[in-house]
Write a protein that binds this ligand. Structure first.
Ligand SMILES: *Cc1c(COP(=O)(O)O)cnc(C)c1O
Ligand code: SF4
Length: 448
């Protein structure tokens, strides 16, 4: 099952980045293999949810013999059940009746609004200010960590069908971003409690090195000593590993990473892998080797998704493979309550079982992974287990991160419920009326 990692680094020829977007499904040669009806369904959904795929993904990551069950096919190509049947029918009808581009766009906007585009209060809450001005491209939810969304990184090399940030990729009105390196730097300068900067997107690794350098290199100045860690969230190891090998500025990118490390920062590359199949190509492995050679640590995180990776063996293999390639398993997430959730959601009890069954198969080095974790309004809530206490079956939960740091690592209990898929479905156990954090959280939410 496993391939051997070659000792001699292979040679790679420069690759042109060829990408296809939602009106270009017909141009993708590989899709000529799928039945016509399915292709139409894909086009309907691609009008609503973001769609973008590049040649590397469909030529080298997908096993077309297994389509539609291939996990990478599910990761990037839209499926009919990803949107509500009524939404599907409205869009399909409009398309069959020859709706104009404008009509399709307007209907799409409407349907998207019904899909919870901004889960966990992403827009209203967590917006920091500098000198009284709100910074739309930043979020500061947990004391130690600031999230930064550079405006040039507001897309990805390909799009995941389950993306929780999907609203950013469609329609300007929903977008949140920042192009202001200056306000990032000023904010960090004024907030000495911040130890971690998390650069996210979209995917910041779609940016040219020159831009990334403008944001990151100034942080090596002594006035940012408190910012110990720079995290970069990216799915480029899956979608475009050539970024680190043959892109025109890939050498400079690796040099920038090395410079940050040598200046005393801990740089953590937060890789997003959903399935072991993403790590099997030689080019991905070479990209991992090159990033690690700069002194950057790679940590891995991903949501658990029905129809894609709801399988303990796949997770165990993925974590083991990550350790073997020198990466650190970090988080397993619960699929968020947004976008194509209806297609991907797995009940919490089942998510926990899969986590447990995978965790039991791996050695301690892979048990650095935490989860399954819900990134909800009040914080990151981990499902620690299912147990029975005095005859009542309960979920055991804890905060890994809390809007109030004092909530962290404080166990709490919810009634066991096989239908629950998210924190807001859970009710306190033992006849309690509220969870211990609820009043305080309600107060925080009302303050915005
Ligand atoms: C996950 C997350 C972080 C980082 O949390 P860690 O536990 O340090 O990994 C920071 N901010 C937000 C909004 C997050 O969701
Ligand atoms: S890589 Fe991340 S931000 Fe980009 S589409 Fe996938 S989940 Fe969304």
């Amino acid at each position: 099952m496993q391939q051997v990692v070659t000792i001699q680094p292979p040679e790679f020829l420069p690759r042109k980045f060829k990408v296809y977007q939602h009106r270009q499904l017909d141009k993708i040669e590989a899709l000529k293999r799928v039945p016509e009806e399915m292709l139409f369904e894909m086009k309907v959904v691609a009008n609503v949810l973001p769609f973008r795929v590049n040649e590397y993904v469909f030529n080298e990551l997908i096993d077309w013999e297994k389509v539609p069950n291939d996990p990478i096919f599910q990761l990037v190509f839209p499926q009919r059940e990803m949107i509500e049947p009524s939404a599907y029918d409205r869009m399909a009808t409009l398309m069959k009746n020859g709706g104009t581009t404008n009509e399709i766009f307007n209907l799409a906007e409407q349907l998207r609004e019904e899909m919870n585009p901004h889960p966990a209060g992403q827009v209203e809450m967590n917006v920091p200010t500098v000198d009284g001005e709100p910074l739309r491209g930043m979020q500061h939810k947990y004391r130690e960590t600031v999230l930064f969304f550079p405006s040039q990184g507001q897309y990805c090399h390909s799009y995941c069908t389950f993306c929780f940030r999907w609203a950013q990729f469609v329609g300007k009105s929903l977008r949140m971003n920042s192009n202001d390196a200056d306000s990032l730097h000023r904010y960090l300068e004024q907030h000495k409690e911040v130890t971690d900067l998390l650069v996210t997107g979209g995917d910041p690794m779609v940016m040219r090195t020159k831009k990334l350098r403008e944001y990151l290199l100034p942080l090596t100045d002594a006035k940012y000593d408190h910012v110990q860690t720079i995290r970069i969230g990216s799915k480029s190891l899956t979608f475009w590993p050539y970024r680190y090998i043959t892109d025109p500025d890939s050498e400079e990118l690796l040099e920038l990473l090395e410079t940050l490390v040598k200046a005393g920062k801990h740089v953590s590359f937060m890789a997003h892998f959903n399935h072991p199949q993403e790590m099997r190509t030689e080019v991905c492995r070479e990209a991992i080797r090159r990033i690690r050679a700069t002194g950057v640590q790679i940590r891995c995180q991903a949501p658990l998704l029905r129809n894609l990776n709801d399988d303990a063996d796949a997770w165990a293999e993925m974590w083991q493979e990550q350790v073997r390639l020198g990466m650190v398993p970090y988080y397993m997430f619960v699929e968020r309550d947004t976008g194509a959730k209806r297609y991907f959601e797995v009940p919490l009890y089942r998510t926990w079982e899969i986590f447990r069954d995978a965790y039991q198969q791996v050695s301690g080095l892979a048990r650095t992974v935490r989860g399954p974790s819900m990134s909800a309004g009040p914080g990151k809530v981990e499902i620690q287990g299912v147990t029975e206490i005095h005859g009542e079956k309960v979920f055991v939960l804890r905060f890994i991160q809390g809007r109030n740091p004092a909530w962290v690592q404080h166990p709490f209990f919810a009634q066991y419920d096989e239908k629950a898929t998210w924190l807001h479905d859970l009710k306190p156990a033992f006849g309690e009326e509220k969870f211990f954090w609820e009043d305080e959280y309600a107060q925080m939410s009302s303050m915005g």
